[in-house]
Design a protein around this ligand. Structure first.
Ligand SMILES: NC(=O)c1ccc[n+]([C@@H]2O[C@H](COP(=O)([O-])OP(=O)(O)OC[C@H]3O[C@@H](n4cnc5c(N)ncnc54)[C@H](O)[C@@H]3O)[C@@H](O)[C@H]2O)c1
Length: 217
């Protein structure tokens, strides 16, 4: 019996804190020791220990003085925060290079994400397989969203089609959009959008690289 999804109240975290908490979550999953200190987390992630301690004060969790954080308890707290133990069904629109790569990625399971369908408008792709999923026409969107109680729609179509697809997803009942297209979407109030851009992340690296004396590394 899958765990029930509960509404968890208002948003409490600054976005930057949330981003770092996601990194702690990843780090703790790899941790073999029973306890970990804020200094150790900070060192592994190249941030300041005070920052780690401050971030963790946002959680309903406290560590043991001089010992550190109990890894599995902190992980449980973060799992609860991010809902990773509850599976969210998501769909992908655009069965191209990126859409197929996402649909085939088996690591989503660890994040409580299950890709239940992939859609495209290219007649030549309809009915073909991406892993175990058959590429479906957009006409099936509403049926699939209702059938699998899908709240998150992933946009993997070219930029020029992204807004149209966002509008359609929202019309069919999607509440949150994971947007990989390089455009800023306009959505009604109450609809969540997370813009993903691998290339944009590289800009952070480029910026930092230009300002870091790498000969010291
Ligand atoms: N955010 C990132 O880091 C990142 C990385 C790579 C690509 N992208 C973006 O992701 C998108 C997809 O990239 P790709 O390389 O997979 O492109 P692609 O051309 O390989 O695939 C696009 C797919 O979308 C389908 N499509 C086009 N219009 C559609 C519509 N109106 N309805 C349904 N399906 C439609 C096409 O038939 C095709 O299968 C692009 O917007 C690209 O810029 C983002």
């Amino acid at each position: 019996m899958p765990a029930e999804k509960k509404h968890k109240g208002p948003i409490m975290f600054p976005k930057a804190t949330l981003e770092r908490l996601k990194l702690y979550h990843t780090l703790l999953q790899e941790e073999k020791n029973e306890y970990i200190s804020s200094d150790e987390i900070a060192r592994k992630l190249s941030i300041k220990p005070e920052q780690v301690r401050k971030d963790i004060t946002y959680l309903d969790y406290s560590g043991k003085p001089k010992v550190g954080y109990h890894v599995s308890s902190l992980l449980d707290t973060l799992d609860e925060l991010f809902g990773t133990k509850v599976t969210d069904n998501i769909i992908i629109v655009g069965a191209g290079h990126l859409g197929k790569a996402l649909a085939n990625y088996d690591g989503f399971e660890n994040y409580g994400i299950s890709v239940v369908a992939i859609f495209d408008n290219n007649p030549e792709k309809l009915g073909t397989y991406v892993g175990e999923l058959v590429v479906l026409p957009l006409d099936d969107l509403g049926r699939v969203i209702r059938r699998f109680n899908v709240k998150i729609g992933t946009i993997c179509v070219p930029g020029e089609s992204a807004q149209k697809i966002a509008d359609l997803l929202i019309k069919k009942g999607i509440k949150a959009i994971w947007n990989f297209a390089p455009v800023i979407l306009e959505v009604p109030e109450g609809i969540l959008v997370e813009n993903e851009d691998i290339a944009r992340s590289a800009l952070t690296l480029k910026h930092l690289l230009d300002r870091t004396p790498t000969e010291k590394i």
